[in-house]
Write a protein that binds this ligand. Structure first.
Ligand code: ATP
Ligand code: MG
Length: 208
């Protein structure tokens, strides 16, 4: 098992994040919590990579369709009137298609972040999938207002600025999909001694 202090997670700043010039702000928020950038690049995402990144598995597609239904229900709106169906699987398949197209529209920024429980900590900083439900103080809650009620009607994915791996297993699949081993770097951040208590474990640097 990996040392949870050095857990890794994949971040993608999506086309809306790059176009809105939020790359620096997003990385700064993730860095300041204590996550260390160990890989970083701007790239044009290619369809085959996106097809693997967003799996066509029934479970995942159904979850996405479920989010549409939840949003329509919350606002008392009729999903069938907008989508022509209530089937979460059918809705999820459409959203996946829009998402894979959208991710290729402009360059994106990919990063691997490392730190204590990096996956769940990054998700906390990023916030809930749908910006209308994301808490203030999170990246999605502070910088986006989008909802499936609007996005699905316009046949596009929800603009939520960023992707962050959803679980440790997802991260383990996603990191090698976007980065070669040589693109991952090991180094010490200056604040690690204080943040992780390494200074105390080693004893004081200067006696007396
Ligand atoms: P991500 O994987 O991008 O970090 P997430 O894990 O919070 O987001 P997923 O369920 O994996 O959410 O959805 C992947 C992406 O698909 C979302 O980030 C969003 O851009 C888009 N999306 C999800 N559900 C919907 C929906 N109901 N309508 C439109 N777009 C959606
Ligand atoms: Mg996800």
């Amino acid at each position: 098992m990996t040392d949870v202090r050095h857990e890794r997670t994949l971040i993608l700043i999506k086309p809306d994040g790059v176009q809105r010039a939020l790359t620096g702000e997003i990385l700064a928020r993730l860095e300041r919590v204590g996550l260390k950038v160990v890989a970083l690049k701007m790239l044009r995402a290619e369809r085959p990579v996106l097809e693997r990144h967003y799996p066509a598995s029934e479970e995942w597609v159904r979850t996405i369709g479920g989010k549409t239904r939840e949003a329509f229900e919350t606002y008392g709106m009729d999903v069938r009137a907008v989508m022509g169906t209530e089937d979460p699987l059918e809705i999820g398949r459409r959203v996946r298609g829009w998402l894979i197209d959208f991710m290729q529209t402009t360059p994106i920024v990919a990063a691997v972040l490392e730190g204590v429980h990096a996956v769940s900590v990054a998700r906390k900083v990023v916030g809930a999938t749908l910006p209308v439900f994301a808490a203030p103080g999170t990246i999605r809650g502070d910088f986006s207002i989008d909802a499936p009620t609007v996005a699905n009607a316009a046949r596009r994915p929800v603009r939520n600025l960023i992707h962050a791996s959803g679980s440790v297993e997802e991260a383990a699949q996603e990191v090698p999909l976007w980065f070669a081993p040589a693109e991952l770097h090991a180094y010490r951040r200056a604040d690690e001694d204080v943040m992780l208590g390494d200074e105390e474990r080693r004893g004081p640097r200067h006696a007396g």
